[in-house]
Ligand binder design. Structure first.
Ligand code: GDP
Length: 298
């Protein structure tokens, strides 16, 4: 489990000897609670989640003779309680088809890779999948999406570089409808430097989608790079405003010590977390398992 989730350094490993001495007592001391709270913040859980866990542990009775393991288990339980309500896999539910998933996020966050992984996952669930290259701003983005589409054997709708993303999306929905596609996954430009333009672009995509199917997009998934730590949270704020995010995928949890940012995101935003990325391969998108993640972080 630690091999896969290389990103998580246990919070308990950050605690010094102070916590070892609760042998004869039934509650944690204020000093111990302070240390625990600091360790949680260092693990990127953010001040709100850290304080919540601290407050919960402050009232907790530990059996006499408990050791760090008991604290670790208690912390894991509190983390799991924060994570459980937001664990929701992405599902293909829309009728009429296609179910349209708009994927957003800054460049480099792992958006394209996540789209390929998601398409692969849907395929394994026996859904017919199509991709649409709505990031027309970067020629490389279109090319990269095509490479992935070829690799997993799904059709991809593209337009010219610099073309209108909304028209690519329009073509995508038309083609998907004609071909009986279940899920259409749409890549979008991740240009946060120009918020206004991005906002207009996404609004136009939404307008075109809405005309074809009032319920679309059915999901607006924000891809976040866990290695950005607390900056990933700032991106949620911006994209919520710009794009109306409905759920999250956190990537690169294999290569970082910032796994706690998942907990911060859950506590602060309550947005569904659909899956986590733990590597560059197609099979490296994992269901978000709150209890597993909580145990690894704690
Ligand atoms: P985009 O610019 O947002 O579309 O990002 P890409 O999908 O091109 O990904 C950027 C880089 O991150 C690539 O080298 C990917 O292989 C890598 N990457 C994406 N997801 C993960 C992940 O979960 N773990 C690791 N280690 N690398 C990832």
């Amino acid at each position: 489990q630690n091999r896969v989730f290389g990103g998580f350094r246990k919070t308990s490993e950050r605690l010094s000897g102070n916590l070892a001495g609760i042998g004869g007592q039934t509650r944690l001391t204020d000093a111990q609670l302070d240390e625990l709270e600091d360790a949680l913040i260092l693990s990127d859980l953010g001040p709100r989640a850290a304080m919540r866990i601290r407050d919960r542990l402050a009232t907790r009775q530990f059996p006499r003779g408990s050791d760090e393991r008991a604290i670790q288990e208690a912390v894991a339980e509190e983390i799991a309680e924060i994570l459980r309500p937001v664990a929701k896999p992405l599902e293909v539910t829309a009728f009429p088809r296609p179910h349209v998933v708009l994927v957003i996020g800054v460049n480099g966050s792992g958006k394209t890779t996540t789209i390929a992984k998601l398409a692969h996952l849907f395929q394994e669930e026996d859904y017919a999948v199509m991709l649409a290259a709505g990031d027309t701003f970067r020629a490389a983005a279109i090319g990269q999406l095509k490479v992935w589409a070829d690799r997993i054997g799904v059709p991809v709708v593209t337009g010219p570089e610099g073309g209108d993303p909304a028209s690519v999306v329009f073509d995508g929905v038309k083609a998907a409808t004609q071909q009986g596609i279940d899920a259409l996954i749409v890549d979008t430009a991740g240009r946060l430097q120009n918020k206004r333009e991005l906002m207009d672009e996404l609004a136009k995509i939404r307008k075109v989608l809405g005309r074809l199917n009032p319920e679309a997009p059915h999901d607006v998934v924000l891809v976040l790079d866990a290695t950005n730590g607390q900056n990933a949270l700032a991106q949620i704020d911006v994209f919520k405003e710009v794009a109306g995010v409905t759920g999250l995928v956190m990537t690169k949890l294999d290569g970082t010590a910032r796994g706690g940012v998942l907990v911060a995101a859950a506590e602060q935003y309550g947005l569904p977390i659909h899956a986590i990325g733990v590597g560059e391969g197609l099979d490296d998108l994992r269901p978000f398992d709150p209890d597993l993640v909580a145990r690894v972080i704690a």
